[in-house]
Design a binder for this molecule. Sequence first.
Ligand SMILES: CC(C)(COP(=O)(O)OP(=O)(O)OC[C@H]1O[C@@H](n2cnc3c(N)ncnc32)[C@H](O)[C@@H]1OP(=O)(O)O)[C@@H](O)C(=O)NCCC(=O)NCCS
Length: 184
Amino acid sequence: MEKKKARPVSFSKTTITELMIPSYANFGGKIHGGILLSLMDKVAFAAASKHSGAYCVTVSVDIVDFLQPVSVGELVSLKASVNYVGNSSMVVGIKVIAEDVKNSKVKHTNTSYFTMVAKGEDDKPTQVPKLILENERDVRRFLEAIFRKKLKKDHASSMEKMKQNWDKEEMSKLLENERCIIES
Ligand SMILES: CC(C)(COP(=O)(O)OP(=O)(O)OC[C@H]1O[C@@H](n2cnc3c(N)ncnc32)[C@H](O)[C@@H]1OP(=O)(O)O)[C@@H](O)C(=O)NCCC(=O)NCCS
């Protein structure tokens, strides 16, 4: 039984724009990755809580590749939308772009997927509204989230299987061409 009315993707689309100030930067004048991660967490929370109408927590972050550095003085915009909903979980896709306002240059710095879980008054996961997919892109993103979930599960079980087969000899063989020295 659905407790809440379905909501379209557009209902919770959120953009945060923030100026990159010197206190966000390292000695080289480039912005710390952690600052961008914190902003991504904020925008993911905003989109997920709008969709669910509930308090949300971050449960998992998929894919964080910083493709290009961000500099002090640039305007960073984080565009978030709910890509997928399960029962209590939501996958929020976030695209991060940085703009140098003086020359209108825009660069794509990363795309990431945050899984957020809605919590009820009892602090337990609570059901979120179904997602209304308004166009082909929404449908594609929903499907992609399902595939990423499956790939993550497959990856975890392959990793587990592989680790079970490692003995000392096998590990040394696997590390033969790596840049490490085994001392023990
Ligand atoms: C998120 C949390 C509530 C899940 O609790 P739980 O007892 O595992 O609850 P469930 O097993 O019912 O999982 C709830 C949902 O989270 C999803 N989930 C749990 N762990 C997950 C993971 N590692 N990756 C993706 N989704 C996950 C489940 O698939 C489920 O989704 P669904 O309801 O859409 O089917 C709990 O792990 C938690 O509170 N974690 C800490 C979150 C937090 O504090 N975040 C801030 C970071 S400091």
